[in-house]
Design a protein around this ligand. Structure first.
Ligand code: SF4
Length: 293
């Protein structure tokens, strides 16, 4: 299963390398900086060079377009390198599902596909990184919710009470996730299956048997990039409601400068977002006793 940008990238690579060669064939892609080898794929040293080249390309493009704020600043820890690049990728997969990084979407699908088999598979490399970053994202989301509720914040949606329950169970994991094994403990805990979804401005309190993003059979992880607004696993916080209104305002402002059919579509989307925010304020519940969590 591959999404369109990934398929296109593979097609381009297939045109670059000779028939039957690896997509990152070292003999074809070698740029002369590290010596030419005749077999195998690109080595780590070349990959590190390519990452630095990409940073330089991104920065010059941002400067050319007058978007200096989007340049990548010099890193105090030195060159990014492949290990940190993979970690960054894992961060995006865990915290920006369906976001701007095509590979993140691709690996997000991978995580969903393999996550049902924690007990029986050997998991290493990117898989362990995915577990660690996903577990960190889960604990961060629940810790923020716990704090929010303790200070009078509200939560709404069909899964609101399950989210509150999850927030009461996260305490023992806060600030502790370091190893892949600890991450798997978090991800395997049915009381902590909570995923913040910044793209759809909601929290998924995942219960596989009622999820609308999967067809049967039930999967161990949700497809956040296919989230359905009618799902019974949805919860929304006051913060989500604020962001819904902000996004609605952005859409309405953009609509002013667009031709009628497109503008109407944006205004209709903005209207839906405002409805979600209104419903949140009408239905939100709180945990008034400070010691309740
Ligand atoms: S459809 Fe339901 S289960 Fe799937 S991501 Fe959205 S809220 Fe979660």
């Amino acid at each position: 299963m591959a999404i369109s940008p990934v398929t296109c990238a593979i097609r381009v690579l297939e045109h670059i390398v000779p028939d039957g060669a690896l997509l990152f064939d070292s003999a074809t892609h070698c740029d002369g900086r590290v010596g030419r080898t005749s077999t195998g794929s690109l080595g780590l040293k070349t990959m590190r060079g390519r990452i630095e080249d990409f940073v330089a390309f991104a920065n010059s493009t941002a400067t050319t377009l007058g978007r200096e704020a989007e340049t990548i600043p010099p890193d105090p820890h030195g060159a990014v390198g492949t290990a940190r690049f993979r970690r960054t990728l894992a961060w995006h997969i865990a915290r920006r599902p369906g976001g701007l990084v095509a590979l993140a979407i691709q690996y997000g699908h991978l995580r969903t596909a393999i996550s049902g088999a924690y007990a029986s598979r050997s998991r290493d490399g990117i898989h362990d990184l995915l577990d660690v970053e996903t577990a960190r994202a889960t604990v961060d989301a629940l810790t923020a919710l716990q704090d929010d509720l303790a200070h009078g914040g509200g939560i709404s949606g069909p899964a609101a009470r399950r989210a509150i329950h999850a927030a009461t169970n996260v305490g023992t994991f806060t600030g502790q996730i370091i190893t892949a094994r600890q991450a798997r403990d978090v991800l395997g805990n049915p009381h902590l299956t909570v995923y913040d979804n910044p793209n759809t401005l909601l929290m998924c309190v995942y219960k596989p048997d009622i999820a609308l993003c999967h067809r049967a059979p039930a999967q161990a992880a949700p497809r956040l990039d296919r989230c359905m607004p009618a799902c019974a696993n949805i919860a929304r916080t006051d913060n989500h409601a604020r962001q819904l209104l902000a996004r609605a305002q952005q859409l309405e402002q953009r609509a002013v400068h667009l031709p009628t059919p497109l503008a109407e579509r944006l205004r209709a989307n903005a209207h839906k977002l405002r409805q979600h925010a209104t419903r949140h304020h009408d239905q939100r519940i709180t945990t008034p006793e400070r010691g309740a969590l």
